[in-house]
Design a protein around this ligand. Structure first.
Ligand code: ADP
Ligand code: MG
Length: 152
């Protein structure tokens, strides 16, 4: 499936888009979020969490690599920015193939441990308030998920 992109003009718009994705996400879904600092990865995660029915405030995990939130299904939020060793085996499969949906900020840090089928999301600064958000699929489930999002 070809890439799909959306330009948002505010953090709220980014969160609303992500919330739609959260509404339709299923256990085992994995999203990766790439982009510079301030691109909107955590804002996207907050919206996604809302769509999953997470009530707690989602912040970037500062001292932990993975945070888990209760929702309609669990959210596993990984921010691997601070990881030093790309080869460190974190035993992430139990999250990827678990009962929840996983969001990974800075996926390039754990490239070798990522599941094959994931929805890859890249955020680009276009201006102070505008972000170009590009979605790329890598397998049947991410294709399905993106198709559903586009019809929301
Ligand atoms: P990251 O996790 O990628 O470092 P954050 O989500 O923490 O980024 O921060 C994004 C910052 O950019 C926030 O301060 C947010 O208010 C601001 N912002 C401005 N416009 C947008 C937009 N269209 N989408 C997302 N965030 C935006
Ligand atoms: Mg962040």
């Amino acid at each position: 499936m070809e890439d799909w992109n959306v330009v948002t003009e505010s953090p709220e718009e980014t969160m609303t888009l992500a919330e739609k994705l959260g509404n339709i996400a299923q256990p085992g879904d994995v999203l990766t979020l790439e982009g510079d600092l301030g691109a909107g990865k955590t804002s996207f995660t907050k919206g996604f969490a809302k769509g999953l029915g997470v009530k707690r405030v989602v912040n970037s995990p500062t001292f932990t690599i993975i945070k888990e939130y209760k929702g309609r299904i669990p959210l596993y939020h990984m921010d691997v920015y601070r990881m030093e060793d790309e080869m460190e085996d974190l035993g992430l499969e139990e999250y990827f193939y678990g009962d929840g949906a996983t969001v990974i900020e800075w996926p390039s840090m754990i490239a070798s441990q990522l599941p094959e089928d994931r929805l890859m999301i890249s955020l680009f600064h276009e201006g102070e308030m505008s972000r170009n958000i590009v979605f790329r699929t890598t397998g049947p489930r991410s294709v399905e998920l993106l198709k559903e999002l586009r019809h929301e």
